[in-house]
Design a protein around this ligand. Sequence first.
Ligand code: FES
Length: 126
Amino acid sequence: MALYSDKVMDHFLKPRNLGTIADADGIGEVGNAKCGDIMKMYLKIDDDIITDVKFETFGCASAIASSSMATELIKGQRVEDAMQLTNKAVAEALDGLPAYKMHCSVLAEEAIQAALEDYKSKQEQA
Ligand code: FES
């Protein structure tokens, strides 16, 4: 059996929503100290809905595929719903990741939560 699913390979080779958002409403950056990979998420939020999301990932194939899939999963969602996104849901949407690569999907969950927290704290300050 192949190490990676077709979906992982597809999102790794053709990442969706790659890039940055200049006037993002929320930005989250997280890293994994062990492997050194870094993920950054940018969110555009209008009326509590995530209207745009972009990512930059300096990391392995699973991290890139996880970021790409996570952006697709939360685009169009309400902030509170996106908060519930788990790394397990990201991995399932990719038709699975090898067990030792599950931590890569955790980065996606954490980066989105960090970006949403950033958005919320900016709302409170406004
Ligand atoms: Fe660390 Fe994939 S090996 S995020």
